[in-house]
Ligand binder design. Structure first.
Ligand code: ADP
Ligand code: X2W
Length: 259
């Protein structure tokens, strides 16, 4: 016979939630309420955050040229200093504070903490100091989750010699979701899902996504999101949502899900 306690354990899901820089400065109470609801349902939640618009502003203020190639920032040494400072010292701390303030016990981490994101350089000539994740040491996250904390991860990786590398936050979220064997990846952004011909899509499959990229319907910052989604689906994560902070959006899977 299944007891209600074991039912609860069976139902518990590990969900990786990526918060895009596009929506971080406008996090609403509704988002925090939904987050707390998921916690009360017993799910284990990990947050990964970006901060693209904050980085753009700081680069501009410092007179450093900013260029993005298919959603990946080309990162020179001077930019890297700014990226590291903005993501770790500003965005991560502000987000951890906001969560703690709402009664959510959050702990901030970068890829340096517990060797979380071990990287090598992706393509020095094309992207500069951008990391390719070779290994996620997810044990630090598992320990924090087991102690009831919400890990809040910024998208800075480290090489074995301690050099900081910039990584797109959608990529970090998908690699962490895969390493944790998450049940769901939720990419929260400033739009309620994928829009095609002016219509929001409730469902998508990897082949439809490939077609929409080909047709130019998906471009810019949406490209790393759908790439991350497909990598997760191909490695066994059942569903990826691309949604706004009210969690309305597109579900990407191999089959259509009617919601
Ligand atoms: N088909 C699409 N549907 C919706 N948004 C799209 C699409 N293609 C490109 N985008 C762009 O992607 C943006 C989200 O990516 P990005 O700005 O990088 O967000 P984040 O900071 O949340 O990662 C949207 O605001 C929109 O401008
Ligand atoms: C390599 C790379 O592109 N890094 C990103 C990291 C931040 C990010 O991904 O932020 P969003 O989630 O807001 O887009 C960047 O420098 O903008």
């Amino acid at each position: 016979m299944t007891t209600s306690k074991s039912m609860h354990l069976i139902d518990r899901k590990r969900i990786v939630i990526k918060l895009g820089g596009s929506m971080l400065s406008g996090l609403s109470d509704i988002f925090f309420e939904k987050f707390i609801e998921l916690q009360k349902e017993g799910h284990e939640l990990v947050i990964v955050h970006g901060g693209g618009p904050f980085i753009n502003r700081s680069l501009l203020a410092n007179g450093i040229e900013s260029r993005v190639d298919e959603g990946i920032r080309v990162t020179c040494e001077k930019s890297m200093e700014i990226v590291k400072h903005i993501l770790i010292s500003e965005v991560n701390t502000a987000l951890v504070h906001q969560l703690n303030d709402k009664g959510i016990e959050a702990i901030g981490l970068s890829g340096f903490d517990g060797h979380l994101l071990r990287c090598t350089v992706l393509d020095l000539e094309r992207y500069g100091l951008v990391g390719k994740i070779n290994k996620v040491h997810e044990d630090v996250l598992v320990k924090l989750l087991a102690s009831g904390f919400v890990p809040v991860v910024s998208c800075i990786g480290s090489t074995t010699s301690g050099t900081a590398l910039n990584i797109n936050a959608d990529t970090v979220a998908s690699e962490i979701a895969l390493a944790l064997g998450a049940d769901r990846l939720l990419l929260v952004t400033d739009t309620p899902g994928i829009q095609v011909s002016n219509e929001m899509q409730r469902n998508a499959t990897p082949s439809l996504v490939a077609q929409w990229i080909e047709e130019g319907e998906i471009y810019g910052g949406m490209i790393p999101k759908v790439t991350a989604a497909i990598a997760c689906l191909e490695h066994g994560i059942p569903e990826v949502h691309i949604a706004d902070q009210h969690l309305n959006g597109t579900i990407i899977g191999f089959k259509e899900v009617f919601i």
